[in-house]
Structures are given as structure tokens and as C-alpha cells.
Design a protein around this ligand. Structure first.
Ligand code: FMN
Length: 362
């Protein structure tokens, strides 16, 4: 029976355990989206993860809607990421970069231009800006002649991540951001080759994945999807058909792993009335499958032992437990993360001040 502490080969990545750190936006970059020194310490502390998936990191100004998120489109950003990857490697860890374009969830106060999406739609609620939250504005449909430029932005960001020392990249195609806005039919009303049928709605995801795989190597490229439930106003009427197709096609590209963030009915991050699609995707996708969302260590061990997943990624547990794999290995108690305000604040507090478990003191 496979345990969380059995090694795992995911493409070119050799993972010593199956407890992965899920991507967590922490907003500790600069206003110019440059990584800061405190991020070096934060990621170093978490190097015991089988693999760290970095916080979502914009590929371009147009894609950057989260204040203080560190990006991948300038030389200054690449240079400031290097100490992060170096620290993780020196501590014996591995880290891939999550590449992000937020699409219609970018407020113009952040990017200086009208956001783009699959179609002219408006995200529900309010978007983040440096001046506080403001109602979203209507996005315009991405033009066909803009798609090559978008693919080039993804490829450049992937190359920049590799140049910055990352072991690979993850395409953020989940959670209602640009690629997900193309995938799911609540936000994709196009009538061209990128809309309508499942094949057409998955086209952008697959083109981005091929472009990134060409830049970083398919065996260092991963993809994150969120098949079930609504997020940022994005939902699909038939997630099983759509995401099974997407998973099969991603398999053909030979990506290192596929990660699914799935909500449960009573999920504490996001809930969903739609059932998880992962049991079906597990059969359609032959590569390494990582599951995420509300897993306890016990449930994670059970899922891996039962073959439902090859690994589990943990999000919130890694906020307050930098040494999460060691705690799970020894059955030490888990610390609880502090108030949500500290998740996205800019200081050290609630960020690098969670200690490792001290067995002697306990
Ligand atoms: C503070 C915070 C930031 C997050 N940032 C990201 C992100 O940058 N990219 C992403 O794909 N998911 C992000 N998520 C979602 C997590 O990766 C994960 O899917 C979610 O927390 C559920 O997993 P968990 O129950 O183990 O926490 C974030 C979640 C939290 C709580």
C-alpha cells in the first residue's frame, strides 16, 4: 500500500514524499510585483514539502490583478526570485512556479486597461486594488489576433521561471481565472474556434500547455484545474464531460502532473453542489494525479493508499505548519492559521513567524 512518505516521480521531478504545498497567494511582493527577501525565508521554511507549488504569479501586467503578487515578466522579478529557489534547494526542497492570468478578475485600477476574458462578461462582486476593493468592470472578449501574444507571454514567463531556478511550472487553469473563463460555459459564449463545443473551450488550455511545455519541458509542466463548483462566477453545466476531455488531452502532452482543486458540499475553502469529478478523471488521466481541498492528514493517507490520488496538496495547513510533513510523519498536532487578514498582509506577521513543532518543549 502506498504511503504519503513513499517517493514519487512526477515527470522530471523526484519527490521524496507525497505531501505537496498547494499554491497560496500571500501578497508579500512589491507594488511592482517583485519578490521580496521575506519570501526567501517563507519558502525556505517549507522546503520539507514533497514539492512546493508557488503562489500564483502573474505572467503580465494585463494578467495581474492581485496587489503585491510577485510576477514573471521582468528581469528584476527574475533576479528577485533567484534567492527564493536557491534557499529552497539549499534546504533540500523543490519548487515549481504557478503562472497566472486573472482575465476578467483584474480590475483596471491594477492593470491600466479593460480586462480580457473569453467573452464580454463581468465578474461578480469587487476586485482587489491598491485603493481597496472596487466593483469589477466588464471584460472584453479576447480577440483571435491577441491569442499568439498571450501564448508568448505564458512561454516567456515559463522560461523566466526556469531561468530563476524553479524546477518547473504550473499553469493556473483553475478558480475562475482566464483559462477557466474559457473552459467553462457560464463565461465562454464565443462562437469561434475557442467557444461552443468542449473541444473549442479547451483549446486555449491546450495551446497554453503546449507553449509552456515547449518552453519549460513537458516533464516540468503541470496544470491545476478546479472541475466542480462555482468560483469567481465561473461554473460549467457538464463538468464531467469537459474536464475528462481536458485531462485526456493533457495526458497526451505528457505533463509532469495534474492537480485538481475540488470542493466538497461542505467545503471550508469553497463549497460545491456538484460532485467531485476526480474519480472519473483518475481513469481518463494516466499520469500523476494530485488532489487538493479540505484534506486532513488521515484522509490524505487514505486517498493515496486507495489509489485515488498519487499525492495530496495542502493549502491552509502549510500557512501555520512550515514543517507539515514532519508533523504528519510523527503525529504531532497541527497549528491553526491566524486571522484571514494576516494571509494577505504584507508583513512578517502571520507569514514567517510560525515555528516548527518543538517536541522537546511539548
Ligand atoms: C490564503 C490562500 C491563498 C490561495 N492562493 C491560491 C493561489 O495563489 N493559487 C491557487 O491555485 N489556489 C490558491 N488558493 C487555494 C489553495 O491552493 C487550496 O486549493 C485551498 O486552500 C484548499 O486546500 P486546503 O483545504 O488544503 O487549504 C489559496 C488559498 C488560500 C487559503
Amino acid at each position: 500500500m502506498t504511503s504519503l512518505f513513499d517517493p514519487l516521480a512526477a515527470g522530471a521531478l523526484a519527490l521524496p514524499n507525497r505531501i505537496l504545498m498547494a499554491p497560496l497567494t500571500r501578497a508579500r511582493g512589491t507594488r511592482g510585483h517583485v519578490p521580496t527577501p521575506r519570501m526567501v525565508e517563507y519558502y525556505r521554511q517549507r522546503a520539507g514539502a514533497g514539492l512546493i507549488i508557488s503562489e500564483a504569479s502573474p505572467i503580465s501586467v494585463e494578467g495581474a490583478g492581485w496587489p503585491y503578487s510577485p510576477g514573471f515578466w521582468t528581469e528584476e522579478q527574475v533576479a528577485a526570485w533567484r534567492p527564493v529557489t536557491q534557499a529552497v534547494h539549499e534546504a533540500g526542497g523543490r519548487i515549481v512556479a504557478q503562472l497566472w492570468h486573472m482575465g476578467r478578475v483584474v480590475h483596471p485600477a491594477m492593470s491600466g486597461s479593460q480586462p480580457v476574458s473569453a467573452s464580454a462578461t463581468t465578474a461578480p462582486g469587487e476586485g482587489h486594488t491598491y485603493e481597496g476593493k472596487q466593483p469589477y468592470v466588464e471584460a472584453r472578449a479576447l480577440r483571435l489576433d491577441e491569442i499568439p501574444g498571450l501564448l508568448a507571454d505564458y512561454a516567456t514567463a515559463a522560461r523566466n521561471a526556469i531561468r530563476a531556478g524553479f524546477d518547473g511550472v504550473q499553469i493556473h487553469a483553475a478558480n475562475g481565472y482566464l483559462i477557466d473563463q474559457f473552459l467553462r460555459d457560464s463565461t465562454n459564449h464565443r462562437t469561434d474556434a475557442y467557444g461552443g463545443s468542449i473541444e473549442n473551450r479547451a483549446r486555449l488550455l491546450l495551446e497554453v500547455t503546449r507553449a509552456v511545455a515547449d518552453a519549460a519541458g513537458a516533464d516540468r509542466t503541470s496544470v491545476r484545474l478546479s472541475p466542480n463548483g462555482e468560483v469567481n462566477g465561473v461554473v460549467d453545466s457538464d463538468p464531467e464531460a469537459l474536464f475528462t476531455y481536458a485531462a485526456r488531452e493533457l495526458d497526451k502532452i505528457g505533463i509532469a502532473f495534474l492537480e485538481l482543486r475540488e470542493a466538497r458540499v461542505s467545503g471550508t475553502f469553497l463549497g460545491s453542489a456538484q460532485p467531485p469529478v476526480s474519480p472519473v478523471i483518475r481513469r481518463a488521466f494516466k499520469g500523476v494525479l494530485v488532489l487538493n481541498g479540505d484534506y486532513t492528514p488521515e484522509e490524505a493517507a487514505e486517498a493515496v493508499a486507495a489509489g485515488k490520488a498519487d499525492a495530496i496538496s495542502f493549502g491552509r495547513p502549510f500557512i501555520a505548519n512550515p514543517d507539515l510533513p514532519e508533523r504528519i510523519r510523527h503525529g504531532f498536532p497541527l497549528a491553526q492559521p491566524g486571522a484571514m487578514a494576516s494571509w494577505y498582509s504584507q508583513g512578517d506577521e502571520g507569514y514567517v513567524d510560525y515555528p516548527r513543532y518543538d517536541a522537546a518543549a511539548a
